[in-house]
Structure formats: structure tokens, C-alpha cells
Design a protein around this ligand. Structure first.
Ligand SMILES: Cc1cc2nc3c(=O)[nH]c(=O)nc-3n(C[C@H](O)[C@H](O)[C@H](O)COP(=O)(O)OP(=O)(O)OC[C@H]3O[C@@H](n4cnc5c(N)ncnc54)[C@H](O)[C@@H]3O)c2cc1C
Length: 302
């Protein structure tokens, strides 16, 4: 691939959303470049669930099947690397890769995902996606009925406890500091035998990411098999803000119902713009984005 080469569409991010957009565009005979730095958010999870026909597959296996199928559409090219900058030009956009190469396109799609920020709890990062999880639809079935902790506080904790109680009744809530639950919420949790622990958490003791105990500051260690936690996140790529794409108050890229960002010619799909985080949702929004981008390109020439 030549430095400076022109494409109709550049997709930044080549995981589920990006590959799905690439498939739609490849099937529409569009000349596409997918740039991917190889760090999907679920890379540490041993098995991905709840995506029809691929339930229980390794995340990478699903990506590999997608790559093999997209290889059939020869107008789609791939570049392994990190896009570090994008700017508007008269013809469209210029995208710069970390190694200094640049590529041009009429349209830009961000399928860059989000970056989860791990809490300051020793051992948590190693357990993330294995026995420290965020989504019961993705992992709840595998840890059903097990001794489970929820790390959350206030209204979010209450909502999480109600939800997770569907999968296990052996639940404890760790507010990791003073509880901000209302009296009514605390009473409801008590009614369902969910103990609330306010002591700060020090560490998760685990073997190969599988939790055995949660260790409290200056306190005892409590035996547990799993924890639920919803990390705060940031956008994986700051290029989109540099281009001027607006974010919502929740930190997601603002898109309309055609996946268009607030900057003309720039689209976004997948986790970066959708609070319903799942492989199925990422694939769905990527597929729609491919069609919307193709439609916009057609409108400019026909
Ligand atoms: C631990 C964990 C477990 C999960 N388990 C499940 C599950 O079992 N089932 C399920 O349905 N969902 C699961 N999910 C959710 C699911 O993984 C996401 O919804 C899905 O990966 C989103 O796809 P995406 O393409 O939007 O983003 P991602 O898959 O995160 O991919 C984004 C891609 O963009 C690339 N990228 C970012 N910035 C740049 C840049 N500047 N230049 C080049 N490339 C860039 C990244 O390297 C990455 O490859 C899980 C999530 C997590 C965090």
C-alpha cells in the first residue's frame, strides 16, 4: 500500500463494528482501508457470549472468521497500526499513522471502541473479563449461582443488585467507601439478604484471573468467585475530538440515526457511540454505518 494512497472510506478500528462496516462497504464495491491497532476491549475475556451463531467462541476467533470472509471483497484493504491524527482536506480527510504514513479518503468511520479505566484495586486488571465482569448478559450464565460481589454505590448499585439477583442469590455489595444508598434501598437489599460492605477494597486474590477472595483494607478477606463492576471509560481515540466531533454528556460520540457525527463526512459506530455494549450491537451498528456511508457517497455522484 503506497503512502498517500486514496480510498473512498477509511475505517479507524477493525474490530466487530469496523469489520462489519467494512463488509457492507466491500459488498458495495467501495475502496476501503481499515486501520486497526489490535486492542479490542474484550481481548482478555476467554469466551464471548450472546452473539448468535458464535456463542462461547474466543473473541479473536470471531474476528478471524470476519477477516477471512471480508478478504473475499478485494476492494477492502487492511493496515495494522495506530492512527494518530486526522484532518479535513478539500477532497475529504487525511489520516496519519503512527509511523508517519498518511492515507486519504472521502469519508471517515470511527469504530474505535472505548477504553475501560481499571479501578485502583490490586489484582483487578488481571481478573477483568475473566471473573471481574461488567455485563450479566455476556457472562452471567457462566457464573450463575456463585458467590458474587458487586462493586458499586448508590442508585447504580441498587440497579446492579436488582439485575444480578436474577443470576445469583449469593450476593454481597461492596460500596468501596461510605455507602450512599438511601435507607429504603438499604432495607430492600437486607430483605434480599444482600450484605452491604462499606470498607475500602484492597485487592482481589486470584489464580490466573479467577477470583478466590476479596481483601478489605485493614479487614478480613472474604471468599468470592466473581465480581461485577462497571468501569468508567474514555474514548479510545482522541482524534475524533481533534476533528471537532461532539461527545454526549455520557462521553459517547454524538451520532444521529444515520450514525453521522456532528462533523460532515465523519461517521461512528460500535461502543464509542452506543451505550448498549455487545458484539451483536457493534456488528449491527457497523453494518448500518456501511450502508449509510455508501448512500452518502452515491448521493454525491448520482
Ligand atoms: C471484558 C469484556 C468482555 C466482554 N464480553 C462480551 C461478551 O461475552 N459478549 C458480548 O456480546 N459483548 C461482550 N463485550 C462487549 C464487546 O466486546 C464490545 O461491545 C465490542 O467489542 C465493541 O466492538 P467495537 O468494534 O465497537 O470496539 P472494540 O472491539 O473495542 O474495538 C475497537 C478497535 O479499534 C481499535 N482502535 C482504537 N483506536 C484506534 C486508532 N487510533 N487507530 C487504529 N485502531 C484503533 C482498537 O485497537 C480495537 O481493535 C465485552 C466487553 C468487555 C470489556
Amino acid at each position: 500500500m503506497a503512502n498517500g494512497q486514496e480510498f473512498e472510506v477509511i475505517i479507524i478500528g477493525g474490530s466487530y463494528a469496523g469489520l462489519s462496516a467494512a463488509m457492507s462497504l466491500g459488498r458495495a464495491l467501495r475502496k476501503v482501508l481499515v486501520i486497526d491497532s489490535g486492542l479490542p476491549c474484550n481481548r482478555q475475556t476467554p469466551h464471548s457470549h450472546n452473539f448468535l451463531t458464535q456463542d462461547g467462541k474466543k473473541p479473536k476467533e470471531i474476528t478471524n472468521i470476519a477477516l477471512a470472509q471480508i478478504a473475499h471483497y478485494t476492494t477492502v484493504e487492511f493496515y495494522q497500526g495506530l492512527a494518530i491524527n486526522a484532518s479535513k482536506t478539500k477532497k475529504g480527510f487525511l489520516v496519519e499513522i503512527q509511523n508517519g504514513e498518511v492515507f486519504q479518503a472521502k469519508k471517515l468511520v470511527f469504530a474505535t471502541g472505548i477504553k475501560d479505566i481499571m479501578p485502583d484495586i490490586e489484582g483487578f486488571t488481571e481478573c477483568w473479563g475473566i471473573s471481574a465482569v461488567h455485563c450479566p448478559y455476556c457472562h452471567g450464565y457462566e457464573i450463575k449461582g456463585q458467590k458474587t460481589g458487586i462493586i458499586a454505590n448508590g442508585d447504580a448499585a441498587m440497579h446492579y443488585a436488582q439485575l444480578i439477583h436474577q443470576w445469583t442469590k449469593d450476593l454481597m455489595l461492596f460500596t468501596n467507601g461510605k455507602s450512599t444508598l438511601t435507607e429504603e434501598q438499604s432495607n430492600k437489599l437486607k430483605k434480599y439478604n444482600i450484605t452491604v460492605v462499606e470498607t475500602d477494597i484492597d485487592a482481589l486474590v486470584h489464580t490466573d484471573g479467577y477470583i478466590e477472595k476479596i481483601v478489605l483494607k485493614d479487614g478480613p478477606a472474604i471468599a468470592l468467585n466473581a465480581v461485577y463492576y462497571r468501569p468508567v471509560f474514555v474514548q479510545h481515540s482522541d482524534i475524533l475530538q481533534a476533528l471537532g466531533c461532539e461527545l454526549t454528556e455520557h462521553g459517547l460520540i454524538r451520532v444521529d440515526s444515520f450514525q453521522k457525527t456532528t462533523i460532515a463526512g465523519v461517521f461512528a459506530c460500535g461502543d464509542n457511540s452506543n451505550p448498549m455494549r455487545s458484539v451483536a450491537m457493534a456488528v449491527a451498528s457497523g453494518s448500518a454505518t456501511g450502508a449509510f456511508v455508501n448512500h452518502e457517497l452515491i448521493g454525491e455522484t448520482f
